[in-house]
Design a protein around this ligand. Structure first.
Ligand code: ZN
Length: 296
């Protein structure tokens, strides 16, 4: 081999090796899961959210998923109040250089509580406000070979009540969508109301049942729809606690709260924070990031 051929071979080898390395790096990504922000003009919540978003920027997350209850609140408020909180949330998050996939929580639902005096014929009544201003209440997207299901876990159950529930229309949609998903594709669900949690048992005793406003009452049925698929993780909010239950190869993580105790300090030993999820290949790891907010 003359020298020129050797050099060409070496350059080709370097290019090949670096493209392989890039390929491996390309598979991995990270995202931030911010739940229970409960944005309000009060309690310095706007500054708190800004600080959380600055932290997300500094850790170079590829995108954000919110876990619901982005605002405080629309359930029992006048139209003007609910409208202004939606506007505040959109204003604080729309100029960012990062995609946000929002999950709907109970507090995004306009007028279900009688004290709101909402007109039920208003197209924004109930989940209409979220649909009009943010997105569908449930949808799916893909990122680097991972599949995400953002679910609507809130169902009306009486005058001043809701319960955790994935309704039959949504369940049928999930089953249909999964027909085109490979059994190997790693899947992550985001559900505001948890599928599985030990919170009631740890607080009230090991034989105590969950209240239906705290948990998705038909999560067993939903999980059965994912049988035979590679469901890795169910991201959960609503409870403001940090919890990781690992069973049948699925993690059920309740991810604290950006607002902790509704912007009044830590809640049940959980600081203001959010999850950072690192995905690589078929695996993920997580950490809870206390973004440094303290009530003054
Ligand atoms: Zn909630």
């Amino acid at each position: 081999m003359n020298n020129l051929v050797k050099i060409i071979a070496l350059v080709a080898l370097i290019i090949y090796t670096s493209s392989c390395t890039n390929k491996v790096e390309d598979d991995s990504f990270s995202f931030a899961f911010l739940t229970d922000i409960h944005l309000t003009p009060d309690n310095n919540a706007v500054d708190g959210l800004r600080q959380a978003l600055e932290k997300v920027d500094s850790i170079k997350a590829d995108f954000i998923i919110t876990g619901g209850d982005q605002i405080m609140d629309a359930l029992g408020q006048s139209y003007e109040r609910a409208d202004s909180l939606y506007n505040l949330y959109i204003e604080e998050t729309s100029g960012l250089d990062i995609d946000i996939y929002n999950t709907m929580g109970n507090h995004e639902i306009y007028g279900w509580y009688p004290e709101s005096h909402a007109d039920s014929l208003n197209p924004e009544y109930g989940k209409g406000m979220f649909r009009k201003r943010i997105s569908d209440t449930y949808y799916t997207f893909e990122y680097k070979g991972w599949k995400f299901y953002i679910l609507d876990s809130v169902k009306k159950a009486g005058k001043r009540k809701y319960r955790g529930y994935i309704d039959s229309t949504q369940l049928a949609w999930i089953k249909k969508d999964l027909e085109n998903v490979s059994s190997e594709t790693p899947i992550i669900i985001s559900s505001h109301i948890p599928f599985i949690s030990s919170w009631t048992q740890i607080r009230e005793g090991s034989t105590m049942p969950n209240h239906e406003g705290l948990i998705v009452v038909n999560s067993k049925e939903v999980l059965e729809a994912f049988a035979g698929h590679n469901l890795k993780l169910v991201l959960q909010g609503h409870l403001h606690i940090l919890e990781d239950i690992y069973i049948r190869d699925i993690h059920f993580i309740t991810a604290g709260a950006v607002s902790a105790a509704w912007w009044k300090g830590p809640y049940d030993q959980t600081e203001e924070g959010f999850l950072k999820i690192n995905c690589s290949g078929n695996d993920f790891s997580w950490e809870y990031i206390d973004y440094g907010w303290n009530v003054e």
